[in-house]
Design a protein around this ligand. Structure first.
Ligand SMILES: Nc1ncnc2c1ncn2[C@@H]1O[C@H](COP(=O)(O)OP(=O)(O)OP(=O)(O)O)[C@@H](O)[C@H]1O
Ligand SMILES: [Mg+2]
Length: 239
């Protein structure tokens, strides 16, 4: 479904990604694990059309090239990003934020049905639909951000550190919801430092270190891999 080959990104002299190739199959959940500054957010931004890579890379989505397309065209094709720090509008209400997500042409006619699905997934958001998002808790704001991305009816949903800043019990709830999203057939590409919980819902994962992919495998293999445990599990396992 998503096919990335030979991706490199430079920020001035700093090389943020180098020789990155990866795949996400239809219906698959893939986790990209990496420490701070390894290039995880950069990768998602390139896919979403927000950062331009070096010449020589290719990104295909459903057999059509994505590179060079504008962010709104990529969303129109069914690739949605829940950015790090959520990117929601704090002064607007829950419902207003969600409806903003429905702007791709493809999603507009199903707006009411998609809103019902989001409220089904996050009953809390239905209760609070008229509340300004600024007054909601961090976990609730993350729900709004994910709900808004789902309003665009994505085929591939990308999440940038969804667990960041959430209490352990909320992280558990969040990943239960993501498991439900996954069941609905949407492919997921999740960037995380929380190794244990993200591998628990994933099919496969990659390890990113200083902009390069240094390992990949099934979720089960990675969870048992001593180098993964050494690199991450001791640091961010129970966050
Ligand atoms: N706009 C930018 N200009 C210059 N350097 C940048 C820019 N964005 C990111 N970088 C650098 O590129 C590297 C990768 O950044 P990126 O945000 O992709 O990492 P990350 O893996 O998402 O980290 P974190 O876990 O802290 O979110 C970092 O060294 C960062 O300082
Ligand atoms: Mg990041």
């Amino acid at each position: 479904m998503l096919e990335i080959r030979n991706l490199a990104v430079d920020y001035g002299k700093h090389v943020a990604l180098q020789g990155v190739s990866l795949d996400v199959a239809e219906g698959e959940t893939v986790v990209m694990l990496g420490a701070n500054g390894s290039g995880k957010s950069t990768l998602l931004k390139v896919i979403a059309g927000l950062v331009r890579p070096r010449e020589g890379a290719s990104i295909g989505f459903l057999d059509a090239p994505l590179l060079g397309r504008k962010a709104h065209e990529i969303l129109e094709r069914g690739v949605a990003l829940v950015p790090e720090g959520r990117g929601i509008f704090p002064e607007l209400t829950v419902a207003e934020n969600l409806l903003l997500g429905a702007y791709p042409r493809r999603a507009r006619s199903d707006e009411a049905a998609n809103l019902a699905k989001v409220f089904d997934l996050f009953p809390r958001l239905a209760e609070r639909r008229r509340q300004p998002v600024a007054t909601m808790s961090g976990g609730e704001q993350q729900m709004v951000a994910i709900g808004r991305a789902l309003m665009s009816a994505p085929r591939l949903l990308m999440l940038d550190e969804p667990s960041l800043g959430l209490a352990p019990v909320l992280v558990g709830e969040l990943f239960e919801v993501l498991a439900t999203v996954r069941e609905s057939g949407i492919s997921l590409l999740i960037v995380e430092q929380n190794v244990r919980i993200s591998l628990s819902i994933a099919d496969r994962g990659y390890l990113l270190e200083a902009g390069r992919i240094v390992g990949e495998g099934s979720a089960a293999t990675l969870a048992d891999d001593p180098s993964v445990q050494h690199a991450f599990l001791g640091v961010a396992s129970d966050a």
